[in-house]
Design a protein around this ligand. Structure first.
Ligand SMILES: Nc1ncnc2c1ncn2[C@@H]1O[C@H](COP(=O)(O)OP(=O)(O)OP(=O)(O)O)[C@@H](O)[C@H]1O
Ligand SMILES: [Mg+2]
Length: 273
């Protein structure tokens, strides 16, 4: 399957919408319609105002929740349940409180029936990668929020997904750790050749990490802009000093400001009524 520019399509959404039934009996249009091609191997960032449907989009791509209308293809096949090869890091802490860090990270590999030596090698690598080797035996309640989130990231990465969906994974981290974790994610992306979709509210993070950033409108979220960053694959957080970085973040903010004001129930100062 090819995108219009000839690149391989890894996931394709066509006419995707999601309408929720509210307890009151009313309907809530949360998302779409969305037409989107995510290219194989691309790092795709998504920004949009709170409540515009970003997590809903991720759930649909992960096969966790069906769209109300439209089709979703992963590697050319319709998604029906969680597809093999897709890994998800959720917005909220989803670590298993009753398992140690090591067992949290080993969970998926054990379930997949990997052999013990392979599990040990991959789990130790993932825990090291996330900077948690001293906490392998700790339980989530003994960790900080940011560390718990790193456990969740390690738990997903250890399965070596071909498509990694991350929903604000660094939200609980301080700025410095966020930048370094972003660099680690870039390294992993380069090394594995995985496709990444990263949802983030941090415009600098989206601009620094992504090959392409999609900007969503207020609810029901639709893509209103796509920005190609044109960074080299070898990029790291030093791109923030590139003049183009400022231009990219300004364009993101320009689009997002108007949409966020709509979400907050206001009109953009200076905007025509
Ligand atoms: N299971 C559900 N039932 C009913 N409404 C839902 C459900 N899940 C989400 N919604 C609604 O759909 C809309 C989009 O929610 P979603 O969580 O996708 O937003 P978001 O863009 O991820 O927001 P945030 O940036 O705050 O995480 C919201 O109005 C939310 O209230
Ligand atoms: Mg969300």
């Amino acid at each position: 399957m090819k995108a219009p520019d000839g690149a391989d399509v890894h996931a394709r959404l066509t006419g995707v919408t999601r309408i929720f039934d509210m307890a009151s009996g009313a309907k809530l249009a949360a998302l779409g319609p969305i037409d989107l091609d995510i290219k194989r191997g691309e790092f795709f960032g998504v920004v949009g105002p709170s409540g515009c449907g970003k997590s809903t989009l991720l759930d649909i791509l992960a096969g966790l929740s069906p769209p109300t209308a439209g089709t979703v293809l992963f590697e050319g096949k319709p998604i029906d349940g969680v597809p093999d090869g897709v890994g998800v890091v959720f917005q909220e802490d989803a670590s298993f409180s009753w398992l140690s860090v090591y067992d949290n990270v080993a969970f998926g590999l054990r379930r997949a029936g990997a052999d013990a030596a392979e599990i040990k090698r991959r789990v130790e690598y993932a825990i090291g990668f996330m900077g948690l080797p001293d906490f392998a035996k700790a339980y989530p309640a003994q960790l900080s929020g940011g560390m718990r989130q790193r456990v969740c990231i390690a738990r997903t990465l250890v399965l070596q997904p071909r498509l990694i969906l991350l929903d604000e994974p660094f939200g609980a981290l301080d700025q410095q750790t966020r930048l370094l974790m972003g660099e680690e994610l870039l390294r992993l992306w380069r090394e594995t050749g995985a496709t990444v979709m990263l949802i983030t509210h941090a415009l600098d993070e989206a601009a620094m990490l992504s090959d392409r950033v999609g900007v969503m409108s207020s609810r029901p979220g639709q893509f209103i802009d796509f920005i190609e960053t044109e960074w080299s694959r070898e990029r790291d957080s030093r791109v923030v000093s590139d003049p183009r970085f400022g231009a990219i973040t300004s364009r993101l903010w320009e689009k997002l400001r108007v949409e966020s004001l709509k979400t907050m129930g206001g009109a953009a100062p200076g905007a025509k009524p």
